[in-house]
Design a protein around this ligand. Structure first.
Ligand SMILES: [Zn+2]
Length: 443
């Protein structure tokens, strides 16, 4: 079984070194480099490999072990190959070195989600090499562009190459951090995700000479107040069913549990939690508004007459674009009519049911690795490629397995953060998980 971990570690190191950094521009990413690597990994009998490029340099790979029974349920393991940018100043090691130090693989993508992509590829290869002939098909897809709306990856495949990625169920990132509790080990499974509402606010002013700023209509000064109001705005606390199930299942102790489920006491409870968990707990129970990019001004001696401010807003289940526009107006108060909303991209929150055969199979298989484990349905506060498949009516979960070396807290802080790394034992667990799940669920 060392072999599994070694093979997955090797693939992960290569994917990290390929540095498929997606900065949000259409020609970033370069995921074809990693598709080439995965094509070699999957070059074994019994696996059909296809590649699809929606844009040059941004290939997607789809590998398939064809099932013998077209009516049997099939499973798509969905990994992405791109990563978000880094600021190397905050890193202890080279973020694209892929070094293994003291049992950890270091680098951007180590937990998001090159670890899982590598383990899915190696598990698919191992299954085929061992002569695995399932009733239902096993599909593995390595997709580009997850970190920028899936435009060149999962969204494109779901729209243009539906047959290639057709499956009864999907598993993608993330989940599976073992969390101890009085009633055994809890393993979060992502069953829902928040929606997103990305918009640009334009604030206009009047240009003038910056040597005489008295009573000028400086768009940047107005924008500063807009940002301040958005930062101070407190959207209402929402305790929904997924949050209730998650908190209850974590078995945190009566007092903490009650505060996390009480809309009035939650704010005080957040102050006492470790920062990683506090951020997740806050985001799971609130619409969040983060000002992220501002463009203003042209020259030091000119009063700016125009500011464009980008907001990353994450929505709760059931919130529409109109709900969010009303919330922005509410936050801005009398400044609302100084602001024009230029463009808004709204993606509704999505969710999958948990009364499915795949849910049961995941629980059975997970208990081979953690004998006292139970699964906990969870909402992720970010966006994943699962949403494109949920919208097609395909139940989609986020899962994987981590060792006890990586807590939920560590994981939350490393995700898009500094010093991202994963232990080799976690790579072994995920690789074995996919093999065991395919044998359980598809045969
Ligand atoms: Zn990811």
């Amino acid at each position: 079984m060392r072999d599994d971990a070694d093979a997955t570690t090797d693939v992960l190191q290569t994917l990290i070194r390929n540095a498929c950094v997606n900065d949000g521009t259409d020609d970033s990413g370069g995921e074809s480099r990693s598709v080439d690597v995965l094509r070699d990994v999957l070059d074994v009998r019994g696996v059909d490999v296809q590649t699809f490029a929606a844009r040059p340099g941004r290939d997607n790979l789809v590998a398939r072990i064809e099932g013998s029974d077209p009516s049997a349920p099939s499973l798509l393991l969905l990994g992405h190959t791109d990563v978000v940018p880094v600021n190397p100043d905050g890193w202890t090691r080279d973020p694209f070195g892929g070094e293994v130090v003291d049992g950890y693989v270091w680098g951007r993508g180590a937990v998001d989600m090159l670890n899982l992509t590598a383990s899915m590829a190696v598990a698919t290869r191992n299954l085929a090499s061992s002569g695995f002939r399932p009733r239902g098909s096993l599909v593995f897809a390595a997709v580009a562009g997850e970190e920028a709306l899936g435009t060149w990856g999962a969204a494109w495949l779901a729209e243009h190459e539906r047959d290639a990625v057709e499956a009864s169920y999907v598993i993608t990132e993330s989940g599976g951090n073992p969390t101890p509790s009085r009633s055994g080990t809890k393993l979060p499974v992502i069953t829902a995700e928040k929606g997103s509402h990305w918009c640009t606010l334009r604030i206009d002013g009047t240009p003038g000479h910056a040597s005489q700023p008295f009573r000028t209509d400086n768009a940047l000064v107005t924008a500063a107040e807009v940002v301040r109001r958005l930062a101070e705005f407190r959207p209402e606390t929402t305790i929904d069913e997924t949050w209730q199930r998650f908190v209850t299942a974590l078995d945190l102790g009566d007092d903490l549990r009650d505060s996390l489920l009480d809309p009035v006491r939650l704010a005080a409870a957040l102050d006492d939690l470790p920062l990683g968990f506090a951020r997740v707990a806050h985001a799971c129970t609130h619409t969040t508004i983060a000002p992220t990019v501002m463009h203003a001004g042209t020259k030091t001696n000119v009063i700016p007459d125009r500011v464009d401010l980008q907001l990353d807003i994450r929505t709760l289940p059931g919130q529409s674009s109109a709900d969010i526009s009303a919330m922005i107006d509410d936050a801005l108060g009398d400044l609302a009519d100084r602001v024009t909303v230029l463009a808004a991209a709204h993606d509704d929150s999505t969710a999958s049911p948990i009364d499915t055969p795949l849910w049961d199979a995941l629980g059975r298989v997970a208990r081979r690795f953690y004998a006292d484990a139970s699964l906990v349905p969870t909402m992720t506060v970010g966006a994943t490629d699962a949403r494109f498949f949920r919208r097609l009516g395909v139940p989609s979960y986020g899962f994987g397995l981590f060792s006890r070396a990586i807590s939920y807290e560590d994981y939350a802080l490393m995700f898009h953060g500094d010093d991202e790394r994963v232990d080799v034992e976690s790579l072994r667990l995920s690789t074995e998980l996919w093999g065991a799940l395919a044998r359980d669920f598809l045969t």
